[in-house]
Write a protein that binds this ligand. Structure first.
Ligand SMILES: Cc1cc2nc3c(=O)[nH]c(=O)nc-3n(C[C@H](O)[C@H](O)[C@H](O)COP(=O)(O)O)c2cc1C
Length: 348
């Protein structure tokens, strides 16, 4: 089997995880130039912003890079669910003096589409990665036709097999420790998902493809452990969040640096899909996995103004403080330095 680095075209089998809303081209450039695969998350960008970010990347590195997209199926508008969600948030709207009538219902995140393909094709990104499954067969074939590699997250063995059958070039095994959204797409039963240490070797045995370990890997020892389990490389997210190249808020940075980051949980509250973040007030009070928020990504709109008001007062009580279970203790070092430190774990 070809090595992961040869598939990705990098010198290191280390991928900086795409982190929508938390980083842009600057971080990807730093990681690419340090020999890893830098990633640009596209899920929260308009097509114009996506184009600008890729132009920046292209201008600042000659190395291969990854662009990443979600491929959920946007749900139909659900006015009753939206109303129930706003009812649940009503006491908080009162507390912050927000008029619910002023809040637009918005989609929050857009899936991969032919329009997105039109934007990125001209740049020939060497790697395109997906979360929440894959786009259509024709869309995957189009990416392969321009010479790019396609990789995608799996949270179970069944998902890894599904991805392998559809021609991905490598599988990202996303363990339950991971920060941000769970990448599942076959079953939303979280009891089917497992930690990185259990998931990686099971997927390695199940598919004849390089397996990239993701979730809870934050230092060279974690990289070494993942490789010992049969991983061909790693995808690291949370450890990059404190880096100066990330675009997270000061509130998020502070939460990561303090004791709060020792306690994370999966929550539906911020988007409607389970994602791991630092436990905060709204998670404690409404229950992190409440079934009130409407389906992904519709939950985003109603909670956004609470986040804005609270953050303006210096509080992260209503913010998605995305972080994995091993984020505590991660240092604000340059992304290139972190990449090199992780690479120490590749040496025998
Ligand atoms: C802030 C944040 C945002 C994320 N956004 C994305 C994303 O846009 N696309 C994606 O494929 N994965 C996303 N993820 C998940 C990562 O790809 C990866 O699975 C995870 O970071 C690995 O676990 P770790 O955070 O413990 O390193 C995100 C993770 C974090 C922490």
């Amino acid at each position: 089997m070809a090595t992961l680095a040869s598939i990705l075209g990098t010198s290191l089998p280390i991928i900086q995880a795409p982190m929508a809303g938390a980083q842009g081209a600057a971080m990807a450039v730093a990681v690419c130039n340090a020999g890893g695969l830098g990633s640009l998350p596209g899920a929260m960008l308009t097509n114009d912003r996506l184009r600008e970010e890729i132009e920046t990347l292209r201008a600042q590195t000659e190395k291969p890079f990854n662009v990443n997209f979600f491929c959920h199926h946007p749900p139909a508008a659900a006015p009753d669910d939206e109303a129930a969600w706003r009812d649940a948030l009503a006491p908080y709207y009162d507390e912050f003096g927000i008029d619910p009538a002023s809040i637009p219902a918005g989609p929050g995140r857009n899936p991969y589409s032919d329009d997105v393909a039109d934007v990125i094709e001209g740049f020939r990104p060497p790697v395109v990665s997906f979360h929440f499954g894959l786009p259509t067969e024709a869309q995957v074939a189009r990416i392969h036709a321009w010479g790019a590699r396609v990789i995608a997250s799996a949270t179970t063995v069944a998902e890894a097999r599904w991805l392998a059958a559809r021609g991905v070039d490598a599988v990202i095994a996303q363990g339950l420790e991971a920060g941000g959204h769970r990448g599942h797409f076959i079953s939303d039963d979280l009891t089917r998902q497992m930690g990185t240490m259990a998931l990686v070797p099971q997927i390695v045995r199940a598919v004849n493809l390089p397996v990239i370990a993701a979730g809870g890997i934050a230092d060279a020892a974690g990289v070494r452990a993942a490789m010992a389990l049969g991983a061909a490389g790693v995808q690291v997210g949370s450890a990059y969040l404190p880096c100066p190249e990330s675009t997270i808020s000061a509130i998020h940075r502070e939460a990561l640096a303090g004791e709060a980051s020792r306690h994370t949980a999966l929550t539906r509250l911020f988007t409607g899909r389970p994602a791991r973040g630092i436990v905060n007030r709204v998670m404690r009070e409404l229950g992190p996995m409440s079934d009130v928020p409407p389906a992904f990504p519709l939950a985003t709109g109603a909670i956004a103004p609470l986040r804005a008001k609270a953050e303006a007062q210096g509080s992260g009580d209503f913010s998605p403080l995305w972080a994995g279970q091993n984020a505590h203790g991660c240092k604000p070092v340059a992304a290139a330095d972190l990449t090199r430190a992780l690479a120490d774990g590749l040496r025998a």
